[in-house]
Design a protein around this ligand. Structure first.
Ligand SMILES: [Zn+2]
Length: 102
């Protein structure tokens, strides 16, 4: 079974976690001036890369907190986990995720 390193609790079984989709999405600061298409992109459109992806996960059966994960969608390998609000740590695969989130 895969283990995920919760930034607060440490390594726990994957079954304790739930994935919340793409991470690092920031609400546009001028949302009232966006077109319907631009707002729709912000609300609904998500990346679905084959490879390293920045995601948000929740330790649902543990501390209940949300955190960031850098995960490879092909191998399922987790390169890094870090708390919301912290900078992405240096990790293998980071450059690929930055490119896919650009
Ligand atoms: Zn936790």
């Amino acid at each position: 079974m895969l283990q995920i390193d919760c930034p607060w609790c440490g390594p726990r079984a994957e079954s304790e976690f739930s994935c919340g989709g793409e991470g690092g999405i920031v609400r546009p600061p001028n949302s009232e001036s966006l077109t319907d298409a631009e707002w729709g992109d912000y609300v609904f459109m998500r990346k679905n890369p084959k490879g390293v992806h920045h995601e948000q996960w929740r330790h649902a059966s543990g501390c209940g907190r949300w955190f960031n994960v850098l995960r490879d969608t092909v191998s399922y390998r987790i390169h890094a986990t870090w708390r919301i609000g912290e900078a992405m740590p240096d990790a293998e695969g980071q450059a690929a995720a930055s490119r896919s989130n650009a």
